[in-house]
Design a binder for this molecule. Structure first.
Ligand SMILES: [Zn+2]
Length: 193
């Protein structure tokens, strides 16, 4: 019997065990919010103040080391989907659309380098898509967003509609963006049958 036959049988016997990757973290190394902005924290951008709509993901800086320590680390797709934006020269980086039934959500990977995908590519969960870079930032880190809508200007994520006019409302930002960590955590939990 082939390995996937065993997996199918085990899945039938134990339906709560899922072997499929529903969702994963965007970087595989240990990470923490290391001096970057957190979700909905007030952040200063060149266009004005905004509520930072994503999370800045860093691996811990080694003692006495550079804050660029994570430059070059692999960034992976957090779920299966289709690449809808790809321009690593802009901080907006890569946007992937995840269609789940009638609902779609979007993951965005900013400040990246060496993109390995192009628009229209189908990517699988955990597929390597790029590396952490330092586009438009002082220290290399991954700016990561989960969006509830397709962004009209993907490369300017945080400036969506209101950014250049100053601080938009927190409730509006919450409608457009999800807290990345809790959103992914919820997806990783096996769905009760
Ligand atoms: Zn950021």
């Amino acid at each position: 019997m082939k390995i996937h036959t065993y997996i199918s049988i085990i899945s039938l016997l134990f339906p709560s065990l899922s072997f499929a990757c529903e969702a994963t973290w965007p970087i595989v190394h240990p990470f923490k919010n290391n001096g970057g902005y957190a979700f909905l924290q007030k952040a200063k951008y060149s266009g004005g103040w905004i509520y930072h709509p994503g999370e800045d993901w860093n691996v811990p800086t080694p003692p006495g080391g550079s804050c660029d320590a994570d430059k070059g680390l692999t960034v992976v797709a957090v779920a299966a989907g289709t690449v809808v934006y790809n321009n690593p020269r802009r901080w907006g980086g890569i946007v992937i659309k995840h269609q789940q039934g009638k609902q779609a959500w979007f993951s965005q990977y900013g400040h990246i380098q060496n993109s390995k995908v192009k628009v229209g590519d189908q990517v699988s969960c955990k597929q390597a898509i790029a590396e952490i870079g330092d586009t438009a930032t002082k220290c290399a880190h991954l700016h990561f967003e989960i969006r509830s809508l397709l962004h009209p200007m993907p490369e300017n994520g945080s400036y969506w509609l209101y950014g250049k006019q100053g601080l938009g409302s927190k409730s509006q930002t919450k409608r457009w963006y999800h807290n990345p960590r809790s959103f992914l955590e919820a997806k990783m939990k096996p769905t009760p049958k």
